[in-house]
Design a binder for this molecule. Structure first.
Ligand SMILES: Cc1cc2nc3c(=O)[nH]c(=O)nc-3n(C[C@H](O)[C@H](O)[C@H](O)COP(=O)(O)OP(=O)(O)OC[C@H]3O[C@@H](n4cnc5c(N)ncnc54)[C@H](O)[C@@H]3O)c2cc1C
Length: 188
């Protein structure tokens, strides 16, 4: 049989593309090598005998635009969780409680011994939120050029941090990793 489109991989991107094509009147074949569809965006029973499903990878549905859910008529309810994360650190742990700033700040202080990391984390997340706001709509529109995206973000420091060298840059002479803006002056 002939198809207008064949999609290899039934992860959520493949399924969304297939659904849009089918709704546009195209005949579509989705080929999935696993026994189930959904790719990384599925939950599964990780522990034999325990009837609890855990997320395989995409534990947060942060990248599914509401527009896609609405256009495809998905019966989907997303809930915000209050506890953003808990990261064990030695005998204690770092708790990020989005409903209690003071508790989060206290947790940073308990783990790092000062307020410096908490302030830096706040600055970083505020910057990430501005970048996300300026770029999210690019998920459902033709891909903008990097120059256009940079213009939308309008913040050179954020552009450098998230796009130019997100993992920092490595100094050629001493191998130290520094932030994008910082310049390394090796001491010998
Ligand atoms: C550790 C981790 C955590 C993540 N957390 C999040 C998160 O919290 N929130 C979020 O939005 N995103 C998260 N992501 C990203 C998210 O998982 C991916 O963006 C998303 O799964 C991509 O979807 P996809 O359909 O392109 O690919 P996939 O989900 O990888 O699906 C690809 C599918 O193609 C199939 N396939 C591959 N090759 C073939 C072949 N040759 N023939 C047939 N079938 C094939 C695979 O079996 C699979 O089902 C995370 C990713 C990782 C790795």
């Amino acid at each position: 049989m002939d198809y207008d489109a064949v999609i290899v991989g039934g992860g959520h991107n493949g399924l969304v593309a297939a659904a849009y094509l089918a709704r546009a009147g195209q005949s579509v074949l989705v080929l999935e090598r696993r026994a189930e569809i959904g790719g990384a965006a599925v939950s599964f029973r990780a522990f034999p005998g325990v009837d609890v499903r855990l997320s395989r990878y995409s534990y947060l549905v942060s990248l599914l635009p509401k527009r896609i859910a609405a256009e495809l008529g998905l019966d989907l309810q997303l809930r915000r969780r209050r506890m953003s994360s808990y990261t064990p650190a030695g005998e204690t742990g770092l708790l990020v409680d989005t409903g209690d700033e003071e508790r989060t700040g206290a947790s940073f202080r308990a783990v790092s011994g000062s307020t410096k990391d908490y302030q830096a984390w706040h600055r970083f997340y505020a910057s990430a939120a501005r970048v996300a706001e300026a770029t999210f709509r690019s998920l459902t529109e033709p891909l903008p050029t990097s120059a256009e995206l940079r213009r939308r973000i309008g913040d050179d420091e954020a552009w450098a941090t998230f796009f130019e060298c997100p993992a920092g840059k490595r100094c050629a002479s001493c191998s130290r990793t520094t932030s994008c803006a910082e310049s390394c002056s090796p001491t010998r």
